[in-house]
Design a binder for this molecule. Structure first.
Ligand code: ADP
Ligand code: ADP
Length: 220
């Protein structure tokens, strides 16, 4: 039932002779079906935590377990494989390929190319009439919908989002967060977002606050 587990996780970045302690002993368990927002000031370690959750980096000390297995036990190429199969990423600036259509963007990461499935995913995010649109022909909210469909392409066990509403107005923030909430509730998808936006945070089940590389005691 535990998708992700952080046990006394430290992350130190070396900058010349200086050591920057980005994470200082994080303990965190994320159960299947959780919907979590990580909040906190700039520099508090949110992105670092998200990078470790997404196996984009490994801890300096302590362990990160994904589906019960220590990510350090995987070699570099196995980590990439694990990431591709288990993690869906969405980004503040959507990161779509401009030369590809919406449908092609969704198919891009697929382990087995399946245009029928890609269409279903686009239907799911409300873009059934826009399969063939290019990025420049889509609004910001629509681009983020394509990015969400793409993130779901390989049925990930966890969806990670770094400021998913950072470029969106209030109306689209509500729409995108509502969509994530539906995915969480209907499919039991585990979702972690990093956000500064209190409106976005209203949609999640649990807010985790970070400060100086640590998680503050939950205030509720
Ligand atoms: P947040 O996402 O909350 O803004 P980060 O996780 O990006 O925080 O950063 C935490 C700390 O680690 C900050 O002091 C930041 O400057 C530092 N940091 C982050 N990434 C790196 C890096 N690749 N190299 C050196 N320092 C980094
Ligand atoms: P942002 O959230 O602004 O898009 P990042 O998440 O990449 O940027 O970085 C957050 C913080 O970590 C910033 O303060 C940035 O200066 C610092 N940081 C990121 N990467 C590095 C790096 N390679 N070296 C030093 N500091 C870094």
């Amino acid at each position: 039932n535990k998708v992700l587990e952080f046990n006394d996780v430290w992350k130190t970045y070396k900058m010349g002779t200086e050591n920057i302690q980005a994470l200082r002993g994080i303990n965190l368990t994320v159960n299947k079906g959780s919907f979590i927002a990580i909040m906190g000031p700039s520099g508090s370690g949110k992105s670092t935590l998200l990078h470790l959750a997404g196996i984009l980096d490994t801890p300096s000390k302590g362990t990160v377990l994904l589906n019960g297995k220590n990510i350090k036990e995987y070699k570099g190429n196995e980590q990439a494989e694990l990431r591709r199969k288990n993690i869906g990423f969405i980004f503040q600036r959507y990161n779509l390929m401009p030369q590809l259509t919406a449908l092609e963007n969704v198919m891009l990461p697929m382990i087995s190319q399946d245009s029928g499935k890609a269409k279903k995913l686009l239907d799911k995010v409300g873009l059934s009439d826009k399969y063939d649109r290019y990025q420049t022909q889509l609004s910001g909210g629509e681009q983020q919908r394509v990015a969400i469909a793409r993130a779901l392409a390989n049925d990930p066990s966890i969806l990670l989002a770094d400021e998913p509403t950072g470029e969106l107005d209030t109306v689209n923030t509500r729409k995108i967060m509502g969509l994530l909430k539906d995915l969480n509730q209907e499919k039991g998808l585990t979702i972690i977002i990093v956000t500064h936006n209190p409106l976005a945070a209203e949609f999640v089940e649990e807010v985790i606050k970070m400060q100086d590389g640590d998680i503050l005691d939950l205030g509720w």
